[in-house]
Write a protein that binds this ligand. Structure first.
Ligand code: ADP
Ligand code: MG
Length: 252
């Protein structure tokens, strides 16, 4: 049994890629089978976070019809599989983002969870990450501009009939005037699934091309990502709401 979970936000820079990489690594530590796909076709950076930017066959080769998706799957040292995108400018506009859905759905013959790191905005690329998903996880920062954009993502998801697992509030505690979890869930009308604190270990881990849950497992952000993964596995309660849709497919 397979499930496609896309990580989206509308606003850029809130932590979608960080969340994708760390959920993948934290679930892999729990012996779950996970494949992380860089669904960000024009500005990909999952491969930068994970140190697989120069791998020979990429998602772009698949989208361009030059390769099969199986040829673009690599095993990351952190224990999960990754489908990197190309960083070449020549590749960026040579592909049609709407093909992402077919490429990702082709992976559903594999077991486990498929995580798609979505693009920012609500244009065709971001929409492609929603279209291919069974469920969505929405990442926001606790500030009004990010939450306002997250609200647009929630509305679009509802129009598309895509279930939202919950909200991940990332970079909590960074600023004095930030919104509370209750204010965010009231505004979005979606439960807060997890809160990840602001933590300088995150940029350090990105510089080292290794998810923080592997590089600094005792850091505050790593503990929060591990708790998020435990929640997905049914080993911990979500901060709010009911979460059972991943149980069963994450069976180890
Ligand atoms: P997105 O994919 O939404 O554009 P990223 O995951 O690339 O966002 O994160 C953007 C930047 O924010 C990263 O360079 C990272 O250093 C920083 N960042 C993300 N999460 C945290 C965190 N919890 N604490 C500190 N910095 C963070
Ligand atoms: Mg990103």
């Amino acid at each position: 049994m397979t499930m496609v979970l896309s990580i989206i936000s509308a606003k850029g820079g809130v932590g979608k890629t960080t969340t994708t990489a760390n959920i993948a690594a934290a679930l892999a530590k729990r012996q779950c089978v996970v494949t992380a796909v860089d669904g960000n076709v024009t500005t990909p950076n999952l491969s930068i976070h994970l140190g697989c930017a120069l791998y020979p066959v990429t998602l772009h080769d698949v989208l361009a019809g030059r390769a099969k998706i199986e040829e673009a799957i690599y095993r990351h040292p952190a224990g999960f599989h990754v489908v990197p995108a190309s960083l070449s400018v020549d590749d960026l506009y040579a592909v049609e983002p709407s093909r992402l859905s077919d490429a990702v759905r082709a992976l559903t013959s594999r077991p486990g969870l498929i995580l798609v790191d979505g693009a920012a905005g609500l244009g065709r690329e971001a929409r492609a990450a929603m279209d291919c998903a069974d469920s969505l996880l929405i990442v926001t920062n606790p500030d009004m501009p990010a939450v306002t954009d997250a609200l647009k993502a929630v509305k679009l998801a509802q129009r598309l009939g895509k279930p939202i697992v919950g909200i991940v509030i990332n970079r909590a505690g960074a600023h004095k005037h930030e919104m509370s979890a209750k204010e965010i869930s009231d505004m979005l009308e979606v439960p807060v699934f997890a809160t990840i604190p602001e933590d300088k270990s995150v940029p350090a881990s990105i510089a080292a091309h290794m998810p923080v849950v592997v590089m600094k497992p005792r850091s505050r952000s790593a503990r929060a990502f591990n708790k998020l993964a435990a929640t997905m596995c049914g080993e911990a309660e979500p901060e709010a709401g009911i979460f059972s849709s991943l149980l069963g497919i994450l069976g180890r």
